[in-house]
Design a protein around this ligand. Structure first.
Ligand SMILES: C[S@@+](CC[C@H](N)C(=O)[O-])C[C@H]1O[C@@H](n2cnc3c(N)ncnc32)[C@H](O)[C@@H]1O
Length: 343
């Protein structure tokens, strides 16, 4: 690395930038934004299929030893024209982006409307602004929204080179899980049999199929399954994706089938472990999501998996991962587990 805000080539200033392939640019920008690492003073640059995202010098030091970030020094153009919501508000609002939808989370309606107006006024490519109107509810895990600006709650979200069409009023989707999904998908081998028991619009299934796996995705929500089919087509993997609408406990024809199973229904996945064991082949990797108290986030999940799988299978927990904090003293976690059938 070179420079520390010193003059660079062409009389510009050397600025630390995170380098990523173009298709990973938006996901990386969001990750850096979540860490407060982005520099608002310089333009993001694209060159030969690679994106360079300017970051703060302090952030560059903080992530210097983290292999997930490649930092290089460049002389990007100073940002002169782009306005951000904070330019109008005088404070940094909290919001999430999902395609061309901005999602705010404000209890006070007047503040929510003020933020929405500033987002639309800014140069962000946003068409619709919504505020959370309910928690995630019911079996289908869908939230209600107050639409503050625009009308269309359907959008196209890009994540690690895949495109996902979805309607936030009809299906579950969380852009915050992108890094976790990437972690799982990177383990997928070509030709393996991949079964997502709670597939939603396909954020695990579609990239897994992209790696050459034969994929089955099941969901109780008919709208999610419609989007999953469309997303498989949109991303050119429809020939490797079977999308099934229904209760996964009632799906026939896949006993002893799966090399890998994803169970992302964190509040009640334990109720579906008998089904997971029925679907598992002789050796099967299980990605089991759970929400538990921070004092013992992994114990209850491991106990439930052992109760369902033993003695038919040997159970080896290979990864215990904190995905994110869910509520005060509650964690969303993932256990990666290898099930190996005995004798
Ligand atoms: C937390 S979401 C996860 C969706 C997707 N895996 C993702 O990461 O975006 C859980 C999904 O499970 C579905 N679901 C709930 N109960 C189900 C059941 N008995 N059988 C199949 N799907 C179910 C819901 O409709 C919802 O789409």
């Amino acid at each position: 690395m070179t420079g520390d805000g010193a003059p660079g080539r062409d009389g510009g200033v050397d600025v630390p930038c995170v380098r990523v392939p173009r298709e990973e640019g938006e996901e990386m920008r969001q990750r850096l934004a979540e860490r407060g690492a982005l520099s608002g003073d310089y333009e993001i640059e694209v060159e030969d299929g690679t994106i360079y995202i300017p970051i703060e010098e302090t952030a560059a030091i903080a992530i210097a030893d983290d292999e997930a970030f490649e930092v290089v020094y460049r002389t990007p153009a100073p940002r002169e024209t782009q306005t951000l919501p904070s330019d109008f508000l005088g404070f940094e609002p909290s919001y999430e982006r999902l395609g061309d939808i901005a999602i705010v989370d404000e209890d006070d309606e007047a503040t929510a409307r003020e933020i929405a107006a500033a987002i639309v006024e800014s140069d962000l490519p946003v068409e619709t602004v919504v505020n959370r109107a309910s928690p995630i509810e019911g079996d289908l895990r869908v939230r209600r929204w107050d639409v503050l600006v625009g009308q269309d709650t359907e959008t196209i979200h890009r994540e690690y080179g895949c495109e996902f069409e979805l309607d936030i009023a009809r299906v579950y989707f969380s852009p915050r899980l992108a890094t976790e999904r990437r972690r799982v998908v990177e383990q997928v081998e070509p030709d393996e049999r991949f079964f997502d028991m709670f597939a939603g619009v396909g954020p695990f299934v579609v990239p897994a199929a992209g790696r050459g796996a034969e994929c089955v995705g099941v969901d109780l929500n008919e709208a999610a399954i419609e989007y999953l089919r469309r997303n498989a087509e949109r991303n050119g993997v429809a020939d490797r994706v079977t999308a099934i609408h229904g209760d996964v406990r009632e799906v026939d024809g896949y006993d002893d089938w799966a090399d890998r199973i994803v169970m992302n229904l964190p509040h009640s996945a334990d109720e579906f472990l008998d089904t997971a064991v029925r679907l598992a082949d002789e050796r099967c990797v299980l990605h089991y999501y759970d929400i538990q108290g921070a004092d013992d986030p992994f114990g209850p999940g491991e106990e439930a998996i052992r109760a369902a799988a033993e003695p038919r299978y040997d159970v080896e927990v290979t990864t215990r991962r904190e995905v994110r904090s869910y509520a005060p003293h509650e964690l969303n976690v993932c256990l990666d587990v290898v099930l190996t059938r005995r004798g």
